[in-house]
Design a binder for this molecule. Structure first.
Ligand SMILES: *Cc1c(COP(=O)(O)O)cnc(C)c1O
Length: 386
């Protein structure tokens, strides 16, 4: 089926090509150069917390390096939010460590502070103190940072903030991507801004950034010949990709506005649909970029379920997708420890990600609305009038 209305597609601002041309004109076609430095500076200014940013080849690479900088190694354990994309957890396994998954809570769908505390205390009781905690800001929604950071400092465990989906989001006025001992960003093609593929590690000292750059460029010692005292990686961002990033940074704020407008659109439609809830901020402390808009369908109240809606969208060449399948339900992680209840599992059964791009048109929106209204017919107004 060829899709016409995408969940989340790239949205160029126009100046990306100018920066790419500069890279070509000056022959900086390499994993270093003025665009890489410029993109890092743009991100540092945007995040506005005296952070130091290292631009890398992917968000996954950034997580891998964050874990290395937290000294995670063979046989260690790392706590990770279960309801997330597999890239949050995979780098734990790259290092020979074990992920310990934790359920989400209902306000933000992110790691539940109560289950997190239980996990930390139980692992410590088993003599396996976690080396790091990975919290995610799912679909742009900031996690409960105050509660999570309190646990991190009480037990002296570093937070790695997976902000791959939340560039432009804020918690109590502070930018997501600045809360972790390390935070990571992604510029994959489906994210709020893209470099076609790329990521970044957000650090709080020049020293941490220097170490990330060192590790991401094959860990070369200072010598005229090639000498290595450590295992390195080829994880630096290309100067061509970074050119796209510089162009995208010029339009990031308007991309956030566009995504939030899509969220408002779904809120408006769903008001009249019985059993349909749009995932939204619990209160004014949370400001989501609404990277993806998500609805939850109460199967007892709505006329149709999540899968009926997804297939109806597909019939009309509109892409939608179930939310991330929790990591503790994944075959590949079936042996990993898990803490919490079944909140993430229930969400997975009932929730659907809807087309959310900042480049969707009025025509796209009316197509989406038509399908939603025709499938989810139990309108509240009907119930009242009968
Ligand atoms: C996209 C994403 C990543 C990985 O980023 P890549 O740049 O694709 O490697 C990690 N975590 C989450 C939550 C993501 O959505």
């Amino acid at each position: 089926m060829n899709i016409e209305v995408w969940l989340s597609s790239p949205h160029m601002g126009g100046n990306e090509i100018k920066y790419i041309n500069e890279a070509f004109d000056t022959n900086w076609i390499a994993p270093l150069g003025p665009n890489v430095n410029g993109f890092e500076t743009d991100l540092e200014k945007f995040l506005n917390q005296k952070v130091k940013v290292a631009a890398l080849s992917s968000g996954t690479a950034a997580l891998h390096l964050a874990l290395i900088e937290c000294k995670v190694g063979y046989g260690d354990e790392v706590i990770c939010q279960s309801l997330t994309f597999s890239a949050s957890a995979n780098p734990i396994v790259y290092l020979g460590a074990t992920p310990v998954f934790v359920d989400s809570e209902k306000d933000t769908w992110n790691i539940c502070p109560i289950a997190l505390r239980e996990a930390v205390e139980d692992r410590i009781a088993k003599n396996k103190k976690p080396k790091a905690i990975i919290a995610v800001n799912l679909y742009g929604m900031p996690a409960k940072m105050d509660e999570i950071l309190a646990i991190c400092s009480e037990f002296d465990i570093p937070l790695i903030e997976d902000a791959a989906e939340s560039l432009g989001s804020k918690y109590k006025g502070r930018a997501c991507g600045t809360f972790g001992r390390f935070s990571i960003l992604s510029f994959n093609g489906n994210k709020i801004i893209t470099t076609s593929g790329g990521g970044a590690l957000v650090c709080h000292s020049q020293q941490d950034k220097d170490r990330a750059v060192f590790l991401s460029t094959q860990a070369r010692d200072k010598a005229p010949h090639y000498q290595h005292s450590e295992i390195g990686y080829n994880y630096r961002m290309s100067n061509v990709s970074a050119g796209i990033g510089r162009g995208q940074m010029e339009v990031l704020s308007s991309r956030v506005e566009g995504r939030r407008k899509m969220h408002d659109f779904y809120t408006e439609i769903s008001k009249d649909l019985e059993g349909v809830e749009v995932f939204c901020e619990p209160n004014g402390d949370f400001y989501s970029n609404h990277w993806l808009s998500v609805i939850t369908i109460d199967e007892k109240l709505a006329s149709k379920n999540r899968e009926d809606l997804r297939l109806a969208f597909l019939e009309d060449k509109i892409e939608s997708r179930p939310i991330w399948k929790p990591m503790h339900m994944q075959p590949v992680f079936k042996d990993a420890p898990y803490y919490g209840g079944n909140f993430a599992e229930k969400l997975f059964e009932t929730s659907l990600c809807l087309p959310s791009g900042s480049n969707l048109t009025d025509n796209d929106r009316s197509r989406i609305e038509k399908v939603m209204l025709s499938v989810l017919t139990n309108k509240k107004s009907h119930l009242i009038s009968h």
